[in-house]
Design a protein around this ligand. Structure first.
Ligand code: SF4
Ligand code: SF4
Length: 265
């Protein structure tokens, strides 16, 4: 299908080969208008890229620039970008010249003016009244837009995390305990804190983890994200994948429990 009126119908479903005309650039009269008062959910890879662009840790990034939202039905936490706390509620990274972290901008900002359900169904999100970049001569298909905006890099990690931690598990057993919600946040969104937890606590003496994986997760945030999803599945739902308790650790624990029973204090 070719787009005839180019974005005047709000939230129009789009197939992958549907086209739209759009260009956002400093010459458009609404430039940066959409970077304010907006709810931007961050993907784990967004946090990793944005904190690198800013030269701070993921823990610091989450504290300074984000807020936590918990899904009431599943108890699963998500992370949103915090807008400035003034009347304009602008994104902390916007200036008159545009986005100061453009190369590391989040998934949602890359996708705009499209939106998606689980990366499968796409919709055209805005009208030409709101966004004057719609109707500019440059023409895109949904597929071409995804490639041009660097969205393909998210496909594999998203697929992997959803595969390991299928959302149905949370519908069946919603997460109520704030400590577990914090575990999810750490394992998926806070690679620096998760790394510290893995390498500076007794974590690796309790679990048997392949040496190759240990080396990979030291530096590679995407590998750490995969590992985090596996760990959550193991810790929250007791499902083994690449993780198992260390046999010596289990034997030692059994001895301690046995001793405790024989020698109550
Ligand atoms: S409203 Fe549209 S054209 Fe204007 S700045 Fe936002 S994306 Fe660009
Ligand atoms: S991160 Fe950049 S593109 Fe996204 S809302 Fe903020 S300034 Fe705009």
């Amino acid at each position: 299908m070719n787009d005839k009126d180019h974005g005047t119908d709000y939230a129009r479903p789009m197939k992958w080969d549907d086209s739209f005309r759009f260009r956002c650039y400093p010459g458009v009269d609404c430039f940066t208008a959409c970077c304010r008062d907006v709810t931007i959910f961050l993907n784990p890879l967004d946090v990793s890229a944005m904190r690198k662009a800013l030269g701070i840790t993921s823990t610091e990034f989450l504290e300074r620039y984000t807020a936590r939202i918990v899904n009431k039905a599943t108890g699963v936490p998500a992370v949103v970008l915090k807008m400035r706390e003034d009347d304009e509620k602008k994104c902390p990274f916007v200036t008159d010249k545009g986005c100061t972290i453009y190369e590391s901008r989040p998934y949602s900002c890359r996708l705009y003016p499209l939106d998606t359900e689980q990366g499968v169904e796409y919709r055209f999100l805005v009208s030409q009244q709101q966004c004057h970049g719609i109707g500019e001569p440059q023409e895109w298909t949904v597929e071409g837009w995804r490639a041009g905006q660097g969205l393909l890099q998210y496909d594999e990690p998203d697929f992997h995390v959803k595969d390991v931690m299928s959302p149905e598990q949370f519908w069946e057993a919603p997460i109520q305990d704030p400590r577990m919600q914090d575990m999810i946040l750490m394992a998926l969104y806070d690679p620096d804190r998760f790394r510290e937890f893995i390498f500076k606590s007794s974590f690796l003496s309790k679990l048997r983890v392949d040496g190759d994986i240990i080396e990979k997760i030291r530096e590679d945030d995407t590998a750490l994200l995969y590992f985090g999803a596996q760990w959550l599945r193991f810790a929250l739902f007791g499902k083994r994948g690449i993780l198992k308790f260390d046999r010596e650790y289990l034997e030692q624990k059994k001895k301690e429990v046995f001793q405790g029973r024989r020698d109550p204090r």
